[in-house]
Design a protein. Structure first.
Length: 257
C-alpha cells in the first residue's frame, strides 16, 4: 500500500440514518488516496445489518477514481466514541495519515478534504490537526445558540483543567500523522466523548505539534451529546485524564518528518 494514503474512520452508534447521505457525499468528493472505515460500536444486530447493506450499496456506485470503502469494523458491546475511533485507527498500518469525522456530516466532505489537503501541504508543519468551530470572517458556523454557548463553557473548563489554551477540543474532525499516533496509541484509554481531550494531551506529552484548523460547520439534529446535561460528567473525566497523562512517562522525541 502506498504510504501517501489517508484512513478516514467514522464511528457509528445507531447512526445509519445520518450516515447514509454523508457516505454518499464522501464518495463523490474524496479522491482515490482515501480509505473510509465505518467503526460500528455495538449498535445491535438491526443497525449492523443496515450498515452492511448501506456499504454494499454505496460500493456499487463508487467511481474508479474515488475512495476505497472498507468493510465495517464491528464491535460488541458498545464502548463509546473514543473506543470506536481508536479501534479504527489501530487498523491503519500502511497509511500516512489517520483521520476521523462524525457520522452526521456536520463537517462536510468538502471541508474534510480541505483540512486534509492543508495538513499535507506543509504550510504549517504539524503532527496533528484538530478541526475548530471558530466564528471568524470567512467561515460559516451554523450552531444552535445553546450548543454554541454550552460548548464554550466546556472549552473553558478544559483549558482550566489542562492548562492548554485550545479553543475547541470537541469538534468532530481530527487528522494525525500515523507516526504521531504510534507514539500515543499504547497510552490511549478514554473510550467516551472526552477522548478528544486525552488525544490532545497525549500528543503534547509525546512532544508532537498540534494546530487547530478553522472549519465550516453545520449542526445536524440527532446528536447523542447534550453538553448542558453531560458537561459536568465530561469535566470530571477531563480532570481524571489530565492527572493520568501527567503521570505518564513518555519519550518526547522530536517530531517525525
Amino acid at each position: 500500500m502506498s504510504m501517501s494514503r489517508t484512513l478516514l474512520v467514522i464511528p457509528n452508534f445507531k447512526d445509519s440514518a445520518r450516515l447514509a447521505p454523508f457516505l454518499k457525499e464522501l464518495i463523490v468528493t474524496l479522491p482515490g488516496h482515501f480509505s473510509i472505515l465505518v467503526s460500528e460500536d455495538g449498535s445491535g444486530e438491526e443497525e449492523v445489518d443496515k450498515i452492511k447493506q448501506l456499504i454494499a450499496e454505496i460500493r456499487n456506485i463508487i467511481s474508479p477514481e474515488g475512495p476505497t470503502l472498507l468493510e465495517p469494523l464491528l464491535h460488541h458491546p458498545n464502548s463509546g466514541k473514543g473506543g470506536a475511533v481508536m479501534r479504527g485507527w489501530r487498523e491503519g498500518a500502511g497509511y500516512s495519515l489517520l483521520a476521523f469525522t462524525d457520522a452526521d456530516g456536520a463537517v462536510s466532505a468538502t471541508e474534510l478534504l480541505r483540512a486534509e489537503q492543508f495538513m499535507r501541504s506543509g504550510v504549517i508543519a504539524t503532527d496533528a490537526l484538530f478541526g475548530s468551530r471558530v466564528k471568524m470572517l470567512g467561515r460559516q458556523i451554523h450552531r444552535a445558540p445553546i450548543r454554541h454557548y454550552s460548548g464554550r463553557i466546556f472549552a473553558t473548563l478544559v483549558s482550566i483543567a489542562t492548562g492548554v489554551p485550545a479553543y475547541d477540543t470537541q469538534c468532530g474532525l481530527k487528522i494525525l500523522k500515523s507516526s504521531a499516533f504510534e507514539k500515543i496509541s499504547p497510552h490511549a484509554e478514554s473510550l467516551g466523548f472526552a477522548f478528544d481531550v486525552e488525544l490532545l494531551l497525549l500528543l503534547l506529552k509525546a512532544g508532537q505539534t498540534v494546530v487547530e484548523f478553522p472549519l465550516d460547520w453545520q449542526d445536524v439534529s440527532g446528536s447523542k451529546v447534550n453538553l448542558l446535561r453531560d458537561s459536568l460528567r465530561m469535566a470530571r473525566e477531563v480532570f481524571k485524564i489530565r492527572h493520568r497523562v501527567d503521570r505518564l512517562c513518555m519519550e518526547s522525541d522530536a517530531k517525525t518528518p
